[in-house]
Design a protein around this ligand. Sequence first.
Ligand SMILES: C[S@@+](CC[C@H](N)C(=O)[O-])C[C@H]1O[C@@H](n2cnc3c(N)ncnc32)[C@H](O)[C@@H]1O
Length: 184
Amino acid sequence: MTRKGIPERLTWAVDLLDPAPGDRVLEIGCGRGVAAALICARLTTGTLVAVDRSATAVEAARRRNAEEVAAGRAEFRTAALEAARFADGSFDKVLAVDVNLFWVRSPDHEVTALRHWLTPGGALFLCWQPPDARRVGEITGKVAPVLTAHGLATDVRTGRTATGGSLVAVTAVKPSATGRTAPR
Ligand SMILES: C[S@@+](CC[C@H](N)C(=O)[O-])C[C@H]1O[C@@H](n2cnc3c(N)ncnc32)[C@H](O)[C@@H]1O
């Protein structure tokens, strides 16, 4: 845990995401909305849409971020990623923290959708704090090739919590006309 009881995986992931003030951000599996609050704190004209398949989690996330919802900066939807629908090019950045569907089964269907929803040059950040450090290789070995196969420029970042826990992120950028391959 960091100061204010915020788990380090979430501050690490949001620092990596590095939302710009005007970014349109999608968070998948927002849980109780802790990362959402960190993201909204960095937005001015930007917006956050967060989805989670748990209605209880979404209700808690809405309560935690009530001011951001009232200001029109954040929206929380009860939805499984598999069933979510957004227009093409809706998001500049997409974040998921500790959402295991991307490595426990084929995420082909979801990655196809995410590629459509990202704007050209937009970036996807899939982050985990695995309970066992040996899982890092397994996760990256399963996730990175799928993203690459979808034509995304893929990279792996790792980190450590203050107590030595492993942090890992697989990042992927949708190609743009300028050929950008690293997250902004
Ligand atoms: C381990 S929790 C992590 C919550 C939060 N991201 C965090 O790191 O504190 C995983 C969350 O993802 C949600 N989730 C798992 N699979 C999902 C899916 N297919 N679509 C939407 N939400 C999902 C769960 O309901 C849960 O709230």
